[in-house]
Design a protein around this ligand. Structure first.
Ligand SMILES: *Cc1c(COP(=O)(O)O)cnc(C)c1O
Length: 463
């Protein structure tokens, strides 16, 4: 995550507030296309529109807070990934970033595959008609029931994450009279340059089987010895919100190294490798993500080069972007409720959501930007912190932001780049009702996930 202290510093107050901040942007009304969904624009009257629809009308119809998703942008990103990787590779969208039936249909229509990592995600994928052979099941502790449902449904791939799971999946497949295609998830020892909690390929964490020390090679031996498992390849996922391709290159090299060892030891050439997801997006204009075609070229080149050097046929490649597809396609629309100016520090702007609809700021120190979207303003920039309505002082949506000084209750704010890991990580803290996801496309808006109601909450409360 980028963190830059801008030399110009804040404009308001003599005492510098603690923490990090950037200088006010030259134009508070500008919407930087790096962080906003494709169809977002500020209209003539100053209000922002998405998919041709004014946010004030969306707030009126669907209420706030709401996640507003640009369906055209989602589909365009799917196509960009699919086209970049071409017919000799597979793009699996990581469903945990955000999953709903509509999203599954879009993926299906745009030719993507789907990663799921729980029974609930699998159920959603199947309910929306994703062909099972295009689904991969992940997870470091899949239950026997989840494994059985996946095998019965006929999922194309189960990614094995532990020795117990190898035995468990083999046992269930045997019981069902199936031979299940599987990959083995390995940890390649790369420290991805990202937040510790979302870096997953260094050795001291829960995912995968380590290449170092021979766990991964032992897993290959065991899987090859089991009739009910068909080992199709090796899987590596090195983390999330990564900008630097170097980690993927090391990962690709080490995975191909294992394929070479497997060929030498067993005389088997595994036909697939999966290099995972984790490609970063711009949360702020300072973030500089790679485009899908750059990623495809970098990964394709390294895999081809390493395989040629080892005398291996180039395996079929797959990748698993989640955030890079859905993240930039949505913003969260909030209404301002109260403002509190702390002299010499900043103004606290409270909105009608918070950590229940976006936990990433509290969980990962994630950075976001925010804009006034119900109107434009020529007022001076005001150093602000956008906070939620929950009973925690850590309930922060945007830690450091500049908003116009004439901001008032009733104004609408939007936080861009909230398509990934916001609705999917949303909670009912303080019995908040989780916001809807509103998809917009060509002047039409519809809820693809509706707002929760108090009846929804009370339905589970059976005491
Ligand atoms: C989370 C995850 C992904 C997707 O990560 P993004 O950062 O959303 O691209 C892909 N593969 C696996 C195995 C994951 O756990």
């Amino acid at each position: 995550m980028s963190r830059s202290a801008h030399p110009a510093g804040p404009r308001h107050g003599d005492v510098l507030p603690e923490g990090h901040f950037t200088a006010p942007p030259a134009d508070l009304n500008a919407l930087d296309p790096r962080v906003w969904a494709q169809s977002v624009e500020r209209g003539g009257e100053g209000a922002v529109a998405v998919g041709g629809l004014d946010v004030r009308a969306l707030a009126e119809e669907f209420g706030t807070p709401a996640y507003v998703m640009d369906e055209g942008d989602f589909r365009a990103r799917c196509r960009a990934w699919r086209d970049a990787f071409g017919p000799d590779a597979d793009v699996f969208y990581a469903g945990k970033a955000f999953l709903s039936r509509a999203v599954v249909r879009w993926l299906h229509e745009e030719g993507l595959n789907l990663d799921v990592c729980s029974g609930g995600e699998l159920a959603t994928a199947l309910a929306a008609g994703m062909p099972p052979e295009r689904i991969a099941l992940h997870g470091n502790n899949k239950s026997t029931e989840e494994i059985a449902r996946a095998i019965e449904a006929g999922v194309g791939r189960i990614v094995l994450d532990s020795f117990q799971e190898i035995a468990r999946v083999a046992h269930v497949a045997r019981g069902l009279g199936r031979r299940q295609p599987v990959q083995i998830r390995v940890t390649v020892g790369v420290e991805a340059h990202t937040h510790e909690f979302i870096a997953t390929a260094h050795e001291d964490q829960k995912f995968g089987l380590a290449l170092a020390g021979g766990q991964a090679a032992e897993a290959v031996r065991r899987v090859l010895g089991l009739e009910s498992l068909e080992l199709t390849g090796i899987h590596s996922h090195i983390g999330s919100q990564i900008f630097d391709m170097a980690g993927f290159e090391v990962s690709a090299r080490r995975v191909v190294g294992l394929l070479t060892e497997v060929r030498d030891e067993h005389g088997v050439e595994l036909p697939e490798i999966d290099l995972g997801g984790g490609l970063g997006i711009a949360y702020t204009p300072e973030d500089d993500p790679r485009e899908p075609h750059e990623i495809a070229k970098a990964l394709g080149d390294i895999v081809t080069r390493e395989c040629e050097a080892a005398g291996l046929a180039v395996p079929r490649l797959s990748v698993e972007p989640g955030r890079a597809i859905v993240g930039p396609t949505a913003f969260t629309l909030y209404e301002v409720g109260t403002l509190k100016e702390l002299e010499g520090l900043r103004t606290y702007v409270s909105v009608d959501g918070g950590m229940s609809d976006n936990i990433r700021t509290a969980l990962y120190d994630a950075e976001y930007t925010v804009a006034l979207v119900s109107r434009s303003s020529e007022a001076e920039p005001m150093l602000s912190r956008v906070v939620g309505k929950h009973c925690e002082s850590g309930d922060i949506v945007v830690r450091d932001a500049f908003l116009p000084a004439d901001l008032a209750p009733g104004d609408l704010l939007a936080v861009p780049a909230t398509g990934a890991y916001c609705r999917s990580m949303a909670s009912n803290y303080n019995h908040a009702l989780r916001p809807p996801v509103v998809a917009v496309r060509d002047g039409q808006a519809r809820e693809i996930v509706r707002r929760e109601t108090e009846e929804d909450l009370l339905r589970l409360d059976v005491g």
